[in-house]
Design a binder for this molecule. Structure first.
Ligand code: HEM
Ligand code: HEM
Length: 227
């Protein structure tokens, strides 16, 4: 990052990434509510779970073809960058990252992976009363037992832990590092030197996002109907 360029508003999080985030957090809240309030709500839990899977698949594709700062290649850290970043963490005035900082990137990847495990364990879960996931007839009863155990006892707790860590980190950055991460995730832009590459966020890229999302939705439909 050059120090001589004038500071201006630079698009970091494109609209598809921001909508992905707000939909994901709303749906995950819904998953915990519909999973916990009783078997009558499991059909809704399933539908919302398919929407979560569509979003995650979308984000994986968007991590390759999406806006510059949403691409995995531009935020997955090398180990040396990670170590340097962690060492500087205790200083309140260390340099702000442009996209996800190296620790944030790890937390994003961990959340995406844990979400995938939660969804696919749900696909193989059986509540032994009224609802069975769409893949329970495709796998052994032993696998159904393990998947249900993972889904209800391990995965959902691991996910809650990661979400709590995620939100706590955002708060830590705001109050200890004096870095507001929330406004850019809502509005898209950060004040940065003009020579920082911006994420493309045009009508065309947004249309591509809608097409990618529709394709992911269709893939999920096919996966659900495998059984
Ligand atoms: C169920 C709850 C949540 C989940 C699963 C979740 C998940 C995620 C994911 C996957 C990303 C990466 C975005 C991307 O690159 O596509 C992200 C980023 C972010 N989230 Fe959340 N989030 C949740 C709740 C929240 C809440 C409540 C806040 C506000 C306090 C928040 C603030 C942020 C911010 C500021 C970023 C950008 C971080 C950065 O600049 O590196 N999230 N979140
Ligand atoms: C990220 C997505 C998901 C989250 C966070 C989630 C979370 C939960 C939670 C908190 C419960 C209640 C556990 C308990 O009784 O203590 C539950 C139950 C259940 N979920 Fe999910 N779930 C997700 C996705 C799915 C999907 C995609 C399916 C199936 C297509 C599914 C199928 C089930 C079933 C069958 C149960 C009842 C299990 C039982 O009572 O033994 N879940 N889920």
């Amino acid at each position: 990052m050059s120090n001589t360029s004038p500071i201006q508003s630079v698009r970091i999080w494109d609209l598809p990434t921001r909508i992905f985030h707000v939909l994901l957090l709303t749906l995950i809240a819904g998953m915990y509510v519909t999973g916990d309030i009783g078997e009558d709500w499991l059909p809704v839990h399933f539908l919302m779970g398919y929407a979560v899977l569509t979003l995650i698949l979308f984000r994986l594709v968007w991590g390759v073809v999406g806006g510059y700062w949403s691409r995995f290649s531009n935020f997955v850290p090398t180990s040396s960058r990670l170590i340097r970043y962690v060492k500087a963490l205790r200083q309140p005035t260390s340099e702000h990252a442009i996209g996800h900082n190296p620790l944030g990137a790890l937390s994003v990847l961990a959340m995406l992976l844990t979400l995938l495990l939660q969804v696919f364990s749900g696909f193989c879960s059986d509540d032994e009363v009224a609802a069975t996931g769409p893949w329970t007839s495709l796998v052994s009863s032993n696998c159904v037992e393990w998947a249900t155990l993972y889904h209800t006892e391990i995965g959902q707790v691991a996910l809650l832990f990661l979400i709590a860590l995620h939100v706590a980190s955002v708060v830590f950055y705001k109050f200890f590092k004096h870095e507001d991460l929330i406004t850019p995730m809502v509005k898209g832009d950060k004040a940065l030197p003009a020579d920082v590459p911006a994420s493309k966020d045009t009508a065309i890229t947004r249309t591509v996002a809608v097409i990618v999302l529709a394709m992911c939705g269709y893939l999920v439909y096919r996966l659900v109907h495998l059984g």
